[in-house]
Write a protein of this length. Sequence first.
Length: 52
Amino acid sequence: MLDGHIPFVATFTKGSTEWYRARFAGFSKSDSQSACAALKRMSLDCIAMAAE
């Protein structure tokens, strides 16, 4: 589902926990919503946003 899409991963620390934020580019609006729904079914947090 994410193959061929441009990834960007950032890490940040909140309290004593290190978190990872992953972004993927190159989706159409409907494909991003479908990918996000699939990630949520795998118990992963996801939000589809338009590129700036």
